[in-house]
Design a protein around this ligand. Structure first.
Ligand code: IPT
Length: 954
C-alpha cells in the first residue's frame, strides 16, 4: 500500500505553475539540414494507480524494464492493452474528479514510459540537441540518462528540453512519467474523452551551431497596390530567400514585391528559405493582411464570410493521435464540402494540420488549450482564469500556442480558449497576444462584453437573436456594438440533423455584420469497440458521463460524411443557382474568386430521367455578381413532370478535388408534379371472410388490407411515432425543448386504434377509426377510404384531431409491412435523407438503393433515412404513388426496435420490411444544443388528407 507523503517529490503534479526546465516556446518547423531522430515506436510501459507509487529509479541507466508492458508512442495508454491499462472516460463539462483546485485525486493513473535509443552513425558530434514533446496528457516529468530535465503541463502544446550535454552515442535512456490528472487538468475541461498518454510525437532534434532558433514571418498584402511586404524576424541573423520573387534579403529587413495574395480560396504559397550560418529552414509564405475595419473582419481588403466547422482531433482507434493521412483526409473532406474555415476546438491541433490548412486553403481560428467549464457548476467560484496564481500557466499556454503556430498564413484569429467564464487571466492572455502579434485578431466566446476580443462571438444563438445582432439591435457594451459577429459554434450536428442551417445562412448572407459561423462539430468521437461497434460515454463503465453527447459530428467516426455534411455543403455552396421559366440566375458567392475555375452544365429531366444535357456558358462573374442566362428551348414533356438541373463543376483538377467535382447545383421546375388519378370504378365485394376491391383483399371484419394482387401487406395504418432523435431528446439547459419527453408523456409512442366502422359503398371501402393514447382524451379521427379502377388501388387517409392538441406530432403517415423487399427505386428527393428543415441537399431525380443502404448509421439509433418529396417508390413488388408527394422510410426493424436500441449492434434484421409513407414530419431542429425547429417546420395536429396509389409491378 502506498500513502501520499508530504515529500515534495510529487508536488509538481498539483502545482499551478506550467512546469520547469522546458525551453522557451518557438516556431515549429522541420529543418532542411539539421538531423532529427524520431523516438516514436514501442516504449516500455508501467502503469501505477497513484502518482507516487513508484520512485524514480526507473529513470536510471541500467534499470531493468524487461518485465514491463509496452505501449506505442504516440498513443493513449487507455486505448491500448485491451483494458489492462484503464479505460477512456467521457464527460462534457463535468470534471471527473472533485472540484478542489489545484488538487487531484490520489487515484491518479500514472504511466512510466521508457525508451532506450542510440544516436545514428551520422549524428553530428558538435552542436546541441533538444527533445521535443508535441503532446502529452496531462503532466509529464522527464529524465534523460538519469538526469531530471524537468516537468510540464499543457497537453496539446509542444515542450522542448535542451539535452545536448546529456547525450551519448549509444544506450541513451529517456524516461517519461505521465500523470493522468494534474493541476493542468483543471484547464483542460473540454467536451471530449479524457485520454492520458504521450499522444503526439517525441523527437530528438540536433541543433547545429549557428542554427535557426525562433523566427517570425511577417507577410502582408496591400490590396490597393497588389504588393506584398515580407519581413522575417529571426533570433539568429541570416538571409531570407524567395526565388519566385527574386527575394534575397537579410532577416529583420522588409522587402516589397508584386505578389499573388493568400486566401482560403486561392492559397498561394511562396516557397522560401531562411538561411543562417548553421542551418537552412524551409518557409512557406502566404501574403495576406487581416484587419478589423468598418466593424468587419477583412482579409486583403475584403470582408470574409466564414463557412466553418469546429474540429476536435479524432480517430476511432487512436483517439487524438492522428497521422498525416488522416489529417489530410479531414482537410480534403472539408474543401470538397465547401467549408472554408476551421476553429481548432479547443486546443492547438497537431502542427501538420495547420500546414495543410496553409496548403489547401482554410481560414483558421487557432484556439488555446484552455477550458474550465466545470466551474460553472459552482457559479464559477475559484475559476482559475480569475485567480492570479494561475495566470503564469495561462500565459504559458498562450505563448506556446502563438509561438509554435505564428508562421501559418491560414491563422487569422487566436482564440483564448473555450468556456472558461471570464477573468483577469484571460485579459492578461489577450493583452500578451495582441502585443506579440498585432497582425492577427483575438477571439474568445465567453466574454459577451467583448472586453478582450476583436469579434463578438457566440454559440448556439437562436435565429431570432442572430437577426437582431445582424440589424445591430442587440445593444451590449459600446465596444461590442462596433464589432462584427460570428457564431463560433452553431448547428449542433448530433444524430439526425442539424436542422435550420439554411435559415442561418440566409441571415449570414443578409447582414454584413454577421460573418458566418462554425458548425459544432466535425466528427463523432465514437471509440471502436469489439461488441458495440462504436462506443460512447458510459460504455466503459464510467461513474459519471455524458452518454452520446460526444457523437455530434458532420462525419461518422470512420469519416464517412453524414447527411448533415451533405446538407451543409449545399447550404454554403459558393455559387447560387436558381431561377424559373427557362432562365437560370447564377450568383458568385465567393469572397475573392471569380467563376473562371468552374464549368457549368445543364440537363433536362422528364419524370426524373435526363433526356438532354449540355454546357452552359457562364461569364467569369466577380464576387457578388449575378447573371441571368437563358436555357435552351425545352423539349416536349407531354403529361410528364419536367425540370432543369444546372451544376457548377471544377473546370480542371485542383489540389483538393478532380475536374468535374460538383461545387454547386440548382434545379428549376419546368412543370408541376403529375398527380396520380384512379377512377373509382370498382365496387367492394364482401366474401366469406374477405372483402375484395380491385386487386386488393381486406379482412372482412376489420377492413384491414391483407394483400394487393400476390403481394401480402401487413395492414397499413396511421403512424405518428418516430424513434426520437438526439434533437428530439433536446436539453433542459439550452433550448429547453425536449419533444421526446413531451411526446412520451402524451403517449404518442403507444397509440391505440379503435375500429369505428367498416362501410362498403358503390365505389369505396371506408374504414373509420379513432387513434389515441391510453390515459388521454386527445385523439385523431382517422378515415381510410379505398377505391380502385380494377387494377390500381387508391387509399385516401383523412385525419381530424379530436380534443385539445398542444404538441406537434413527430410524423404523420401510414406504416405497413412487406414480407419481401430489398431493392428500392424512387422518383423524388435523394440520394440521401431529408427532413423538413434539412432538405436543401435533396435533389429531385430517379434514385435506387437497397433497404440496407437507406439506413443512416447514427451511432445512437434514431429516426433516419427518410427520402423526401417522393412522387413514387417501388419496392417489394409494389409501386406506390403519392398525392401529394410524400416521404418514405423502409427498414428491417420496427420503429419500436429502433427507438429501444442504444447502439447499431442492437438492431437485428427481421423478416418484415417496415415501410413508413409520411405526409409530414416534424422538423429536426438543433435542440440537442441550440434552437428547435423554426415554426414553419412544425408538424401541427391539424386536419389533413393525403393519398397513395398502389399497384403491383409485373
Ligand atoms: C459547447 C462547448 O463549447 C462545446 O465544447 C461542446 O460541448 C458543445 O457545447 C456541445 O456539444 S458549450 C454549451 C454550454 C453550449
Amino acid at each position: 500500500m502506498s500513502f501520499r507523503t508530504t515529500s515534495s517529490a510529487f508536488d509538481y503534479v498539483e502545482d499551478v505553475s506550467p512546469g520547469s526546465g522546458a525551453l522557451p516556446p518557438r516556431a515549429w518547423y522541420a529543418s532542411s539540414d539539421a538531423k532529427a531522430l524520431s523516438l516514436d515506436g514501442a516504449w516500455r510501459f508501467r502503469l501505477s494507480a497513484t502518482a507516487d507509487a513508484e520512485d524514480d529509479s526507473f529513470a536510471e541507466e541500467g534499470y531493468d524494464a524487461a518485465g514491463w508492458a509496452e505501449v506505442t508512442v504516440p498513443g493513449h495508454w487507455v486505448l491500448q492493452g485491451d483494458g489492462a491499462f484503464g479505460l477512456p472516460i467521457y464527460t462534457n463539462h463535468l470534471y471527473p474528479f472533485p472540484v478542489d483546485p489545484p488538487h487531484v485525486p490520489t487515484e491518479n493513473p500514472t504511466g512510466d514510459h521508457l525508451r532506450v535509443f542510440d544516436l545514428p552513425e551520422d549524428w553530428p558530434a558538435d552542436g546541441g540537441a533538444v527533445i521535443r514533446f508535441d503532446g502529452v496528457e496531462s503532466c509529464a516529468r522527464v529524465w534523460l540518462n538519469g538526469t531530471d530535465i524537468g516537468e510540464f503541463k499543457g497537453s496539446r502544446l509542444a515542450h522542448e528540453f535542451a539535452v545536448g550535454h546529456l547525450l551519448k552515442p549509444k544506450g541513451n535512456v529517456l524516461a517519461v512519467r505521465v500523470h493522468q490528472w494534474s493541476a493542468g487538468s483543471y484547464l483542460e475541461d473540454q467536451d471530449q474523452w479524457w485520454l492520458p498518454g504521450i499522444f503526439r510525437e517525441v523527437t530528438l532534434l540536433h541543433r547545429p551551431a549557428g542554427g535557426v532558433l525562433d523566427f517570425f514571418v511577417h507577410a502582408s498584402y496591400d490590396h490597393l497596390t497588389g504588393e506584398g511586404t515580407l519581413r522575417v524576424d529571426s533570433d539568429v541573423d541570416g538571409r531570407v530567400l524567395v526565388p519566385a520573387l527574386d527575394i534575397d534579403v537579410a532577416t529583420g529587413e522588409s522587402v516589397t514585391a508584386l505578389v499573388a495574395p493568400w486566401s482560403a480560396e486561392s492559397p498561394r504559397l511562396y516557397d522560401g528559405e531562411l538561411v543562417t550560418e548553421g542551418e537552412r529552414v524551409p518557409l512557406r509564405i502566404g501574403f495576406r493582411t487581416v484587419v478589423l475595419e468598418d466593424g468587419l473582419i477583412k482579409v486583403n481588403g475584403k470582408a470574409v464570410l466564414f463557412k466553418g466547422v469546429n474540429r476536435h482531433e479524432w480517430h476511432p482507434e487512436k483517439g487524438r493521435t492522428l497521422d498525416l493521412a488522416t489529417m489530410r483526409e479531414d482537410v480534403l473532406l472539408m474543401k470538397r464540402h465547401n467549408i472554408n474555415a476551421v476553429r481548432t476546438s479547443h486546443y492547438p491541433p497537431h502542427p501538420a494540420f495547420l500546414d495543410l490548412c496553409d496548403e489547401y486553403g482554410l481560414w483558421v481560428i487557432d484556439e488555446c488549450d484552455l477550458e474550465t467549464h466545470g466551474f460553472t457548476e459552482q457559479d464559477w467560484r475559484d475559476n482559475p482564469v480569475d485567480d492570479d496564481r494561475w495566470t503564469p500557466a495561462l500565459l504559458d499556454r498562450a505563448a506556446r500556442m502563438v509561438e509554435r503556430d505564428k508562421n501559418h498564413p491560414s491563422i487569422v484569429f487566436w482564440s483564448l480558449g473555450n468556456e472558461a467564464g471570464t477573468g483577469r487571466g484571460l485579459t492578461a492572455m489577450a493583452e500578451w497576444i495582441h502585443g506579440r502579434d498585432p497582425e492577427r485578431l483575438v477571439h474568445y466566446e465567453g466574454d459577451w462584453n467583448c472586453r478582450d476580443t476583436d469579434v463578438y462571438s457566440r454559440m448556439y444563438a437562436f435565429h431570432g437573436e442572430v437577426e437582431q445582432i445582424g440589424k445591430r439591435l442587440d445593444g451590449g457594451t459600446q465596444g461590442r456594438r462596433e464589432l462584427p459577429f460570428i457564431q463560433c459554434e452553431y448547428g449542433h450536428a448530433m444524430g439526425n440533423g442539424p436542422g435550420g442551417l439554411a435559415d442561418y445562412q440566409e441571415l449570414f448572407e443578409k447582414y454584413d455584420r454577421l460573418q458566418g459561423g462554425f458548425i459544432w462539430e466535425w466528427i463523432d468521437h465514437g471509440v471502436q469497440h469489439p461488441e458495440l461497434g462504436y462506443a460512447y460515454g458510459g460504455d466503459f463503465g464510467e461513474e459519471l458521463h455524458d452518454g452520446n453527447f460526444v457523437c455530434d459530428g458532420l462525419i461518422f467516426p470512420d469519416r464517412t460524411p453524414s447527411p448533415g455534411l451533405i446538407e451543409y455543403k449545399k447550404v454554403i455552396e459558393p455559387v447560387r443557382i436558381e431561377g424559373a421559366d427557362g432562365t437560370v440566375r447564377v450568383t458568385n458567392k465567393y469572397d475573392f474568386a471569380d467563376l473562371s475555375q468552374l464549368a457549368f452544365e445543364w440537363s433536362y429531366q422528364v419524370d426524373g430521367e435526363t433526356v438532354e444535357a449540355g454546357t452552359l456558358a457562364v461569364p467569369a462573374l466577380a464576387p457578388g455578381e449575378s447573371a441571368d442566362l437563358k436555357l435552351p428551348e425545352s423539349p416536349a414533356h407531354e403529361g410528364a413532370e419536367a425540370q432543369w438541373t444546372v451544376r457548377a463543376l471544377l473546370a480542371s483538377d485542383t489540389a483538393w478535388a478532380e475536374k468535374g467535382h460538383v461545387v454547386a447545383w440548382g434545379q428549376l421546375p419546368a412543370s408541376s408534379p403529375v398527380r396520380p388519378s384512379v377512377a373509382a370504378t370498382d365496387r367492394p365485394v364482401r366474401g366469406e371472410r374477405l372483402i375484395t376491391l380491385g386487386p386488393a383483399s381486406f379482412d372482412g371484419r376489420t377492413g384491414a388490407l391483407k394483400a394487393i394482387g400476390g403481394v401480402a401487406v401487413e395492414s397499413p395504418r396511421l403512424d405518428v411515432w418516430r424513434a426520437t432523435t438526439d434533437n428530439d431528446e433536446g436539453t433542459e439547459w439550452n433550448s429547453g425543448i425536449q419533444y421526446s419527453a413531451l411526446w412520451r408523456t402524451l403517449g404518442l409512442h403507444r397509440m391505440r386504434h379503435r375500429l369505428g366502422a367498416v362501410e362498403l359503398d358503390e365505389d369505396a371501402l371506408t374504414v373509420r377509426t379513432r387513434v389515441a393514447p391510453a390515459a388521454r382524451e386527445v385523439g385523431l379521427n382517422v378515415v381510410y377510404r379505398w377505391t380502385s379502377d380494377g387494377s390500381r388501388l387508391r387509399l385516401t387517409v383523412s385525419v381530424g384531431p379530436d380534443g385539445e392538441w398542444t404538441q406537434p406530432l413527430p410524423r404523420l403517415g401510414i406504416r405497413l409491412g412487406l414480407s419481401e423487399a430489398d431493392q428500392v427505386r424512387w422518383f423524388g428527393g435523394g440520394p440521401g435523407e431529408a427532413y423538413p428543415d434539412t432538405r436543401k441537399a435533396s435533389m429531385v431525380g430517379r434514385w435506387d438503393a437497397t433497404v440496407d443502404e437507406l439506413q443512416t448509421p447514427y451511432l445512437r439509433p434514431q429516426e433516419n433515412g427518410a427520402r423526401a418529396d417522393v412522387r413514387w417508390v417501388e419496392l417489394g413488388g409494389l409501386r406506390i404513388e403519392g398525392d401529394p408527394e410524400f416521404s418514405f422510410t423502409a427498414r428491417r426493424w420496427t420503429t419500436e426496435q429502433l427507438d429501444a436500441a442504444t447502439h447499431l449492434t442492437d438492431l437485428r434484421a427481421g423478416d418484415t420490411v417496415w415501410v413508413n409513407l409520411d405526409h409530414g414530419h416534424h422538423g429536426v431542429g438543433s435542440q440537442s444544443c441550440g434552437p428547435g425547429p423554426l415554426p414553419q417546420y412544425h408538424l401541427r395536429a391539424e386536419p389533413a388528407a393525403f393519398s397513395f396509389v398502389f399497384s403491383v409491378i409485373d
